[in-house]
Ligand binder design. Structure first.
Ligand SMILES: [Zn+2]
Ligand SMILES: [Zn+2]
Length: 459
Protein backbone atom coordinates (compact mmCIF):
# COMPACT_ATOMS: atom_id res chain seq x y z
CA UNK A 1 0.00 0.00 0.00
CA UNK A 2 1.12 3.59 -0.67
CA UNK A 3 0.52 6.26 1.93
CA UNK A 4 0.58 10.01 1.41
CA UNK A 5 1.28 12.03 4.51
CA UNK A 6 0.91 15.81 4.65
CA UNK A 7 3.28 17.46 7.08
CA UNK A 8 2.89 21.15 6.21
CA UNK A 9 2.11 23.69 3.52
CA UNK A 10 -1.56 22.84 3.00
CA UNK A 11 -3.47 26.08 3.63
CA UNK A 12 -0.50 28.40 3.46
CA UNK A 13 1.93 29.50 0.78
CA UNK A 14 5.18 27.84 1.70
CA UNK A 15 6.58 24.78 3.35
CA UNK A 16 4.91 22.12 1.22
CA UNK A 17 6.19 18.88 2.74
CA UNK A 18 4.49 15.67 1.65
CA UNK A 19 5.70 12.09 2.10
CA UNK A 20 4.89 9.26 -0.29
CA UNK A 21 5.60 6.03 1.55
CA UNK A 22 5.58 2.49 0.15
CA UNK A 23 6.69 -0.80 1.65
CA UNK A 24 10.27 -0.06 0.66
CA UNK A 25 10.90 3.67 0.48
CA UNK A 26 9.81 7.15 1.51
CA UNK A 27 9.89 10.07 -0.91
CA UNK A 28 9.63 13.57 0.57
CA UNK A 29 8.82 16.74 -1.40
CA UNK A 30 9.57 19.70 -1.11
CA UNK A 31 11.70 20.90 1.80
CA UNK A 32 11.15 24.62 2.35
CA UNK A 33 10.06 26.63 5.36
CA UNK A 34 6.53 26.87 6.63
CA UNK A 35 5.57 29.62 9.06
CA UNK A 36 8.83 31.40 8.17
CA UNK A 37 7.42 34.44 9.96
CA UNK A 38 8.13 32.68 13.24
CA UNK A 39 11.82 33.38 12.57
CA UNK A 40 13.11 36.66 13.92
CA UNK A 41 16.34 37.77 12.26
CA UNK A 42 17.22 39.59 15.50
CA UNK A 43 17.57 36.20 17.21
CA UNK A 44 20.25 34.12 15.47
CA UNK A 45 19.85 30.35 15.33
CA UNK A 46 22.35 28.50 17.50
CA UNK A 47 25.40 27.17 15.67
CA UNK A 48 25.07 23.41 15.14
CA UNK A 49 21.52 23.51 16.54
CA UNK A 50 19.80 25.09 13.54
CA UNK A 51 17.78 22.00 12.59
CA UNK A 52 16.62 21.56 16.17
CA UNK A 53 15.64 25.22 16.51
CA UNK A 54 13.77 25.17 13.18
CA UNK A 55 11.77 22.08 14.19
CA UNK A 56 10.96 23.51 17.62
CA UNK A 57 9.77 26.72 15.92
CA UNK A 58 7.53 24.68 13.61
CA UNK A 59 9.39 26.02 10.57
CA UNK A 60 10.55 22.48 9.75
CA UNK A 61 8.80 19.21 10.64
CA UNK A 62 9.76 16.46 13.07
CA UNK A 63 10.24 13.59 10.60
CA UNK A 64 11.98 10.29 11.37
CA UNK A 65 15.18 9.43 9.54
CA UNK A 66 16.25 12.73 7.98
CA UNK A 67 18.17 14.68 10.62
CA UNK A 68 21.53 13.95 12.24
CA UNK A 69 21.01 11.34 14.97
CA UNK A 70 22.13 13.65 17.77
CA UNK A 71 19.59 16.34 16.76
CA UNK A 72 16.87 13.78 16.07
CA UNK A 73 17.22 12.13 19.48
CA UNK A 74 16.91 15.48 21.17
CA UNK A 75 13.64 15.88 19.22
CA UNK A 76 12.56 12.37 20.27
CA UNK A 77 12.52 11.04 16.70
CA UNK A 78 14.72 8.61 14.75
CA UNK A 79 17.91 9.89 13.16
CA UNK A 80 19.22 9.38 9.65
CA UNK A 81 20.16 5.72 9.13
CA UNK A 82 17.90 4.51 11.94
CA UNK A 83 14.77 3.77 9.89
CA UNK A 84 14.17 0.62 7.88
CA UNK A 85 13.09 2.28 4.64
CA UNK A 86 15.18 4.26 2.18
CA UNK A 87 14.39 7.96 2.49
CA UNK A 88 15.01 10.52 -0.23
CA UNK A 89 13.99 14.09 -1.01
CA UNK A 90 12.93 15.63 -4.33
CA UNK A 91 12.90 19.42 -4.81
CA UNK A 92 10.79 21.20 -7.41
CA UNK A 93 12.64 24.54 -7.55
CA UNK A 94 14.97 27.00 -5.88
CA UNK A 95 12.50 29.19 -4.00
CA UNK A 96 13.10 29.41 -0.27
CA UNK A 97 9.63 28.08 0.56
CA UNK A 98 10.51 24.92 -1.40
CA UNK A 99 14.19 24.37 -0.56
CA UNK A 100 15.11 26.59 2.40
CA UNK A 101 15.39 23.65 4.82
CA UNK A 102 17.91 21.56 2.85
CA UNK A 103 20.82 22.69 5.01
CA UNK A 104 19.13 21.13 8.05
CA UNK A 105 19.13 17.59 6.59
CA UNK A 106 21.70 14.97 7.50
CA UNK A 107 24.28 15.23 4.71
CA UNK A 108 23.71 11.55 3.78
CA UNK A 109 20.10 12.08 2.63
CA UNK A 110 19.92 11.93 -1.20
CA UNK A 111 18.32 15.08 -2.59
CA UNK A 112 17.23 14.97 -6.24
CA UNK A 113 16.50 18.08 -8.29
CA UNK A 114 16.66 19.15 -11.94
CA UNK A 115 20.17 19.67 -13.33
CA UNK A 116 19.51 23.41 -13.73
CA UNK A 117 18.27 23.64 -10.14
CA UNK A 118 21.43 21.83 -9.00
CA UNK A 119 23.59 24.40 -10.82
CA UNK A 120 21.68 27.29 -9.28
CA UNK A 121 21.72 25.64 -5.84
CA UNK A 122 25.49 25.40 -5.95
CA UNK A 123 25.82 29.05 -7.05
CA UNK A 124 23.55 30.12 -4.19
CA UNK A 125 26.04 28.37 -1.92
CA UNK A 126 29.00 30.11 -3.57
CA UNK A 127 27.30 33.48 -2.99
CA UNK A 128 26.45 32.71 0.65
CA UNK A 129 22.70 32.63 0.04
CA UNK A 130 21.92 29.24 1.60
CA UNK A 131 20.56 28.66 5.07
CA UNK A 132 22.89 26.75 7.42
CA UNK A 133 25.06 25.02 4.77
CA UNK A 134 25.10 23.57 1.27
CA UNK A 135 23.72 20.05 1.23
CA UNK A 136 26.40 17.67 -0.13
CA UNK A 137 24.36 14.80 -1.48
CA UNK A 138 22.57 16.58 -4.35
CA UNK A 139 21.79 14.43 -7.40
CA UNK A 140 20.95 16.30 -10.62
CA UNK A 141 18.26 14.83 -12.89
CA UNK A 142 17.64 15.88 -16.49
CA UNK A 143 14.16 16.97 -17.55
CA UNK A 144 12.10 13.90 -18.46
CA UNK A 145 14.76 11.77 -16.75
CA UNK A 146 13.65 9.08 -14.28
CA UNK A 147 15.19 7.26 -11.35
CA UNK A 148 13.99 4.62 -8.95
CA UNK A 149 14.50 4.27 -5.21
CA UNK A 150 13.11 1.05 -3.76
CA UNK A 151 9.74 0.69 -5.51
CA UNK A 152 9.18 4.41 -6.18
CA UNK A 153 9.99 5.77 -9.64
CA UNK A 154 10.26 9.53 -10.11
CA UNK A 155 10.23 11.45 -13.38
CA UNK A 156 11.38 15.07 -13.40
CA UNK A 157 8.98 17.08 -15.60
CA UNK A 158 9.88 20.68 -16.44
CA UNK A 159 7.45 23.55 -15.77
CA UNK A 160 7.73 27.28 -16.45
CA UNK A 161 8.09 29.33 -13.26
CA UNK A 162 9.95 32.55 -12.43
CA UNK A 163 13.11 30.70 -11.43
CA UNK A 164 15.40 28.68 -13.66
CA UNK A 165 15.30 24.91 -13.19
CA UNK A 166 11.68 24.59 -12.03
CA UNK A 167 10.00 21.22 -12.44
CA UNK A 168 7.19 19.11 -11.13
CA UNK A 169 7.29 15.36 -10.62
CA UNK A 170 5.50 12.25 -11.71
CA UNK A 171 5.76 9.74 -8.86
CA UNK A 172 4.90 6.10 -9.57
CA UNK A 173 4.47 3.41 -6.94
CA UNK A 174 3.05 -0.12 -7.23
CA UNK A 175 -0.31 1.37 -6.13
CA UNK A 176 -0.69 4.26 -8.55
CA UNK A 177 0.68 7.49 -9.93
CA UNK A 178 0.93 10.91 -8.29
CA UNK A 179 1.69 14.11 -10.12
CA UNK A 180 3.04 17.10 -8.19
CA UNK A 181 2.94 20.42 -10.05
CA UNK A 182 5.45 22.39 -7.99
CA UNK A 183 4.88 26.10 -8.84
CA UNK A 184 4.17 27.04 -12.44
CA UNK A 185 2.80 29.73 -14.72
CA UNK A 186 1.58 30.37 -18.25
CA UNK A 187 2.79 33.96 -18.63
CA UNK A 188 6.52 33.23 -18.77
CA UNK A 189 8.76 32.78 -21.80
CA UNK A 190 7.62 29.17 -22.22
CA UNK A 191 3.90 28.59 -21.71
CA UNK A 192 4.34 25.52 -23.94
CA UNK A 193 6.50 23.91 -21.24
CA UNK A 194 3.70 24.18 -18.67
CA UNK A 195 1.26 22.85 -21.27
CA UNK A 196 3.58 19.91 -22.00
CA UNK A 197 3.65 19.13 -18.28
CA UNK A 198 -0.11 18.54 -18.41
CA UNK A 199 0.25 16.21 -21.40
CA UNK A 200 3.03 14.21 -19.75
CA UNK A 201 1.06 13.80 -16.50
CA UNK A 202 -2.31 13.15 -18.13
CA UNK A 203 -4.36 10.55 -16.34
CA UNK A 204 -2.38 10.54 -13.09
CA UNK A 205 -4.35 8.90 -10.29
CA UNK A 206 -3.59 11.77 -7.92
CA UNK A 207 -2.67 15.35 -8.75
CA UNK A 208 -1.20 17.61 -6.08
CA UNK A 209 -1.47 21.19 -7.30
CA UNK A 210 -0.37 24.61 -6.16
CA UNK A 211 -3.06 27.29 -5.87
CA UNK A 212 -1.30 30.55 -5.05
CA UNK A 213 -3.42 32.89 -7.19
CA UNK A 214 -6.73 31.79 -5.68
CA UNK A 215 -5.50 32.66 -2.20
CA UNK A 216 -7.09 36.03 -1.56
CA UNK A 217 -10.17 36.86 -3.64
CA UNK A 218 -13.34 34.88 -4.18
CA UNK A 219 -12.84 33.06 -7.46
CA UNK A 220 -15.35 30.84 -9.21
CA UNK A 221 -12.80 28.92 -11.27
CA UNK A 222 -15.42 26.72 -12.93
CA UNK A 223 -16.97 29.73 -14.66
CA UNK A 224 -13.72 31.18 -16.07
CA UNK A 225 -13.69 31.05 -19.85
CA UNK A 226 -10.17 32.25 -20.52
CA UNK A 227 -7.11 33.99 -19.13
CA UNK A 228 -7.49 37.67 -18.18
CA UNK A 229 -3.97 38.96 -17.85
CA UNK A 230 -2.48 40.88 -20.74
CA UNK A 231 1.13 41.11 -19.55
CA UNK A 232 3.83 38.46 -19.66
CA UNK A 233 7.61 38.11 -19.94
CA UNK A 234 7.48 39.20 -23.59
CA UNK A 235 5.51 42.40 -22.93
CA UNK A 236 7.94 43.18 -20.10
CA UNK A 237 10.86 42.63 -22.45
CA UNK A 238 9.31 45.08 -24.94
CA UNK A 239 8.81 47.58 -22.13
CA UNK A 240 12.44 47.22 -21.05
CA UNK A 241 13.59 47.89 -24.58
CA UNK A 242 11.29 50.89 -24.92
CA UNK A 243 12.45 52.44 -21.62
CA UNK A 244 16.14 51.94 -22.47
CA UNK A 245 15.90 53.33 -26.00
CA UNK A 246 17.31 56.70 -27.02
CA UNK A 247 13.91 58.31 -27.62
CA UNK A 248 12.37 57.17 -24.34
CA UNK A 249 11.18 59.62 -21.67
CA UNK A 250 13.88 58.08 -19.43
CA UNK A 251 16.72 58.56 -21.92
CA UNK A 252 18.33 61.33 -19.89
CA UNK A 253 19.38 59.29 -16.87
CA UNK A 254 20.24 55.99 -15.25
CA UNK A 255 17.70 53.15 -15.35
CA UNK A 256 17.77 50.92 -12.28
CA UNK A 257 16.08 47.52 -12.25
CA UNK A 258 15.18 45.48 -9.18
CA UNK A 259 14.66 42.00 -10.56
CA UNK A 260 14.13 38.76 -8.69
CA UNK A 261 17.68 37.51 -9.07
CA UNK A 262 16.92 33.79 -9.45
CA UNK A 263 14.92 34.58 -12.60
CA UNK A 264 18.08 34.54 -14.70
CA UNK A 265 16.30 33.96 -18.00
CA UNK A 266 14.80 37.44 -17.72
CA UNK A 267 18.25 39.00 -17.38
CA UNK A 268 19.50 36.80 -20.22
CA UNK A 269 16.84 38.30 -22.50
CA UNK A 270 17.33 41.80 -21.13
CA UNK A 271 21.06 41.58 -21.96
CA UNK A 272 20.18 41.20 -25.63
CA UNK A 273 17.60 43.99 -25.95
CA UNK A 274 19.52 46.43 -23.76
CA UNK A 275 22.58 45.99 -25.96
CA UNK A 276 20.44 46.89 -28.98
CA UNK A 277 19.53 50.20 -27.34
CA UNK A 278 23.19 51.15 -26.91
CA UNK A 279 23.08 51.05 -23.10
CA UNK A 280 25.34 48.81 -21.03
CA UNK A 281 23.78 46.29 -18.62
CA UNK A 282 25.53 46.30 -15.24
CA UNK A 283 24.78 43.59 -12.69
CA UNK A 284 25.69 43.21 -9.05
CA UNK A 285 28.13 40.30 -8.48
CA UNK A 286 25.47 37.93 -7.11
CA UNK A 287 23.10 38.44 -10.05
CA UNK A 288 26.01 38.36 -12.50
CA UNK A 289 27.25 35.05 -11.10
CA UNK A 290 23.81 33.42 -11.41
CA UNK A 291 23.44 34.56 -15.03
CA UNK A 292 26.99 33.51 -15.93
CA UNK A 293 26.34 29.99 -14.58
CA UNK A 294 23.76 29.48 -17.35
CA UNK A 295 24.54 31.98 -20.09
CA UNK A 296 28.31 32.38 -20.43
CA UNK A 297 28.03 34.41 -23.64
CA UNK A 298 25.69 37.10 -22.32
CA UNK A 299 27.07 40.61 -22.41
CA UNK A 300 27.00 42.46 -19.10
CA UNK A 301 29.40 44.20 -16.73
CA UNK A 302 29.74 43.88 -12.97
CA UNK A 303 28.97 46.66 -10.50
CA UNK A 304 31.48 47.24 -7.73
CA UNK A 305 30.68 50.73 -6.39
CA UNK A 306 34.23 51.33 -5.13
CA UNK A 307 36.00 49.20 -7.79
CA UNK A 308 37.98 46.07 -6.97
CA UNK A 309 37.85 42.54 -8.33
CA UNK A 310 35.71 39.40 -8.16
CA UNK A 311 38.37 36.68 -8.16
CA UNK A 312 37.25 33.10 -7.72
CA UNK A 313 33.86 33.65 -9.35
CA UNK A 314 32.60 32.73 -12.81
CA UNK A 315 32.48 36.45 -13.58
CA UNK A 316 36.15 37.17 -12.79
CA UNK A 317 36.99 38.36 -16.33
CA UNK A 318 34.05 40.70 -16.73
CA UNK A 319 34.39 44.46 -17.05
CA UNK A 320 33.97 46.25 -13.72
CA UNK A 321 31.81 49.38 -13.58
CA UNK A 322 32.13 51.67 -10.55
CA UNK A 323 29.83 54.26 -9.01
CA UNK A 324 32.08 56.95 -10.44
CA UNK A 325 31.63 55.53 -13.96
CA UNK A 326 27.87 55.62 -13.56
CA UNK A 327 27.70 59.12 -12.10
CA UNK A 328 29.88 60.40 -14.95
CA UNK A 329 27.61 59.01 -17.64
CA UNK A 330 24.33 57.75 -16.18
CA UNK A 331 22.35 57.55 -19.40
CA UNK A 332 24.76 54.94 -20.78
CA UNK A 333 23.74 52.29 -18.24
CA UNK A 334 21.00 50.00 -16.97
CA UNK A 335 21.98 49.01 -13.44
CA UNK A 336 20.55 46.07 -11.49
CA UNK A 337 20.23 46.69 -7.75
CA UNK A 338 19.04 44.29 -5.07
CA UNK A 339 16.88 45.59 -2.22
CA UNK A 340 19.68 44.59 0.19
CA UNK A 341 21.76 47.44 -1.22
CA UNK A 342 19.02 50.04 -1.15
CA UNK A 343 21.21 52.66 0.60
CA UNK A 344 23.39 52.75 -2.52
CA UNK A 345 20.42 54.52 -4.10
CA UNK A 346 21.23 57.60 -1.98
CA UNK A 347 24.46 57.88 -4.00
CA UNK A 348 22.72 57.47 -7.34
CA UNK A 349 19.34 59.15 -6.79
CA UNK A 350 20.32 62.39 -8.52
CA UNK A 351 20.97 60.64 -11.83
CA UNK A 352 18.19 58.00 -11.84
CA UNK A 353 15.51 58.61 -14.46
CA UNK A 354 13.45 55.57 -13.47
CA UNK A 355 13.56 52.69 -11.00
CA UNK A 356 11.84 49.59 -12.34
CA UNK A 357 10.55 47.36 -9.57
CA UNK A 358 10.12 44.03 -11.33
CA UNK A 359 9.63 41.13 -8.89
CA UNK A 360 12.64 41.88 -6.68
CA UNK A 361 12.20 42.05 -2.90
CA UNK A 362 10.24 43.43 -1.15
CA UNK A 363 7.48 41.90 -3.23
CA UNK A 364 4.25 43.25 -1.82
CA UNK A 365 2.61 45.03 1.06
CA UNK A 366 2.31 41.79 3.06
CA UNK A 367 6.07 42.18 3.60
CA UNK A 368 6.82 44.68 6.40
CA UNK A 369 9.84 45.87 4.38
CA UNK A 370 7.62 46.98 1.52
CA UNK A 371 6.30 50.21 3.06
CA UNK A 372 9.74 51.07 4.38
CA UNK A 373 11.29 50.61 0.97
CA UNK A 374 8.72 52.80 -0.79
CA UNK A 375 9.24 55.41 1.91
CA UNK A 376 12.98 55.34 1.15
CA UNK A 377 12.34 55.74 -2.59
CA UNK A 378 10.05 58.64 -1.89
CA UNK A 379 12.51 60.35 0.47
CA UNK A 380 15.24 59.95 -2.16
CA UNK A 381 12.79 61.35 -4.78
CA UNK A 382 13.20 58.39 -7.07
CA UNK A 383 10.70 57.86 -9.86
CA UNK A 384 9.39 54.28 -9.54
CA UNK A 385 7.50 52.12 -12.00
CA UNK A 386 6.14 48.81 -10.74
CA UNK A 387 6.22 46.16 -13.45
CA UNK A 388 6.39 42.79 -11.71
CA UNK A 389 4.76 39.70 -13.20
CA UNK A 390 4.83 37.07 -10.46
CA UNK A 391 5.44 33.40 -11.00
CA UNK A 392 2.10 31.70 -10.55
CA UNK A 393 -0.54 30.55 -13.01
CA UNK A 394 -3.67 32.68 -12.96
CA UNK A 395 -6.88 30.94 -11.80
CA UNK A 396 -8.05 30.03 -15.29
CA UNK A 397 -4.82 28.11 -15.96
CA UNK A 398 -4.86 26.47 -12.53
CA UNK A 399 -8.19 24.93 -13.48
CA UNK A 400 -7.18 24.21 -17.07
CA UNK A 401 -4.12 22.30 -15.88
CA UNK A 402 -6.37 20.10 -13.73
CA UNK A 403 -8.89 19.73 -16.60
CA UNK A 404 -6.10 18.61 -18.92
CA UNK A 405 -4.47 16.17 -16.51
CA UNK A 406 -7.89 14.87 -15.41
CA UNK A 407 -6.71 13.01 -12.32
CA UNK A 408 -9.06 10.77 -10.36
CA UNK A 409 -8.24 12.68 -7.19
CA UNK A 410 -7.08 16.29 -6.92
CA UNK A 411 -5.35 17.58 -3.80
CA UNK A 412 -4.91 21.37 -3.98
CA UNK A 413 -2.47 23.00 -1.55
CA UNK A 414 0.11 25.83 -1.39
CA UNK A 415 -2.75 28.34 -1.15
CA UNK A 416 -4.65 30.17 1.57
CA UNK A 417 -7.88 28.98 -0.04
CA UNK A 418 -7.13 25.65 -1.74
CA UNK A 419 -10.84 24.72 -1.68
CA UNK A 420 -11.39 27.22 -4.51
CA UNK A 421 -9.53 25.03 -7.01
CA UNK A 422 -12.26 22.97 -8.67
CA UNK A 423 -12.57 21.07 -11.93
CA UNK A 424 -15.36 19.04 -13.48
CA UNK A 425 -12.76 16.75 -14.98
CA UNK A 426 -11.82 15.01 -11.73
CA UNK A 427 -13.70 12.43 -9.73
CA UNK A 428 -13.09 14.15 -6.47
CA UNK A 429 -11.11 16.77 -4.65
CA UNK A 430 -9.72 16.20 -1.19
CA UNK A 431 -8.31 18.68 1.29
CA UNK A 432 -6.52 16.70 3.95
CA UNK A 433 -5.72 18.14 7.37
CA UNK A 434 -2.18 18.44 8.63
CA UNK A 435 -0.65 15.05 9.49
CA UNK A 436 -3.50 13.19 7.79
CA UNK A 437 -2.61 10.07 5.86
CA UNK A 438 -4.24 9.25 2.53
CA UNK A 439 -3.99 5.65 1.38
CA UNK A 440 -3.57 4.93 -2.29
CA UNK A 441 -4.77 1.50 -3.40
CA UNK A 442 -5.12 0.59 -7.05
CA UNK A 443 -5.16 4.24 -8.04
CA UNK A 444 -7.97 5.08 -5.61
CA UNK A 445 -7.57 7.30 -2.54
CA UNK A 446 -8.90 6.46 0.90
CA UNK A 447 -8.78 9.21 3.46
CA UNK A 448 -9.75 10.22 6.95
CA UNK A 449 -13.38 11.05 7.67
CA UNK A 450 -12.73 14.62 8.70
CA UNK A 451 -10.98 15.63 5.45
CA UNK A 452 -12.89 18.07 3.24
CA UNK A 453 -14.08 16.41 0.07
CA UNK A 454 -15.86 17.55 -3.11
CA UNK A 455 -17.15 15.08 -5.65
CA UNK A 456 -17.89 15.92 -9.27
CA UNK A 457 -20.70 14.20 -11.07
CA UNK A 458 -18.04 12.28 -13.01
CA UNK A 459 -17.92 9.88 -10.12
ZN1 LIG B 1 8.06 29.18 -6.45
ZN1 LIG C 1 5.94 28.27 -3.86
Amino acid sequence: MTKLKFYSGLKEIGGTVVAVETDKAICLFDFGFSYADRLDSKVPLRKGMEAYDYVRLGVLNAIDGIYEPEIAHKLDIKGCGETDKEIFVIISHMHIDHMGGLGALDQRIPVYMSSQSATLYHELGVMGELEIREHENVIPVDYDGSFTVGDITITCVQVDHDVIGACGFMIKTPDGSICYTGDYRYHGYHPEISAAFAQKCKGADVMISEGVTISHNDVDVLSLEGPYRDNNEYTLLDKMKEYASADSEFAGGLIVINNYNRNVERIHNFARVIKETGRELVLEPEQAEYVAAFYQEDEFSVYLPEGGSVDGLLIKNRRIVTRKDILANPSRFVLQQDYKHAYELFELAGVISVYLHMDGAPLGDYDPSYAKFYELLSVARINVVRCGLGGHAEPYYLRKQVDDIAPRTLIPLHSFRPEQLLSRNVERIVLPNLNDTIELVNGECFFENNAWCWCSNKR
